[in-house]
Design a protein around this ligand. Structure first.
Ligand code: FES
Length: 124
């Protein structure tokens, strides 16, 4: 287990071990860190979009939906305190972690999105 603390205003993406994770901020200010790999075929979920009507992240490849409740339930353990995020990543504690700032297209603020024809729901 790797414990990582960072400023979410500077970083919103972590690559650690063989995995990567992205940070979403919801309108109420709460945050979720989620593995950046779609359960369907592994596309990077941070390149998906947010469907405000369905309150769900939609994978850009085949439109699998990840409702907010699923993101919150399946996200990595996260503590937000005093302007800093601490996450517990399921990778070896000695794994190298690289923090980055990316354009998280799936960020709820990046709505509106036309996802008509969307299919599939992950973890429902
Ligand atoms: S890879 Fe995400 S829906 Fe297919």
């Amino acid at each position: 287990m790797l414990v990582l603390t960072f400023d979410p205003e500077k970083f919103n993406f972590v690559a650690a071990g063989d995995d990567s994770y992205f940070l979403l901020r919801f309108p109420d200010g709460s945050r979720v860190m989620f593995q950046d790999r779609c359960a369907h075929r592994g596309s990077p979920l941070h390149l998906g979009c947010w469907n405000a009507g369905e309150n769900a992240l939609v994978c850009s490849s085949h439109q699998t939906k990840y409702p907010e409740r699923v993101l919150r339930r399946q996200g990595v353990p996260l503590i937000y305190r005093a302007g800093r995020v601490t996450v517990l990543l399921d990778v070896a504690s000695h794994a190298e972690a690289r923090l980055a700032r990316k354009n998280i297209l799936a960020q709820p603020d990046n709505s509106p999105t036309d996802t008509s024809g969307a299919q599939g729901t992950a973890g429902a």
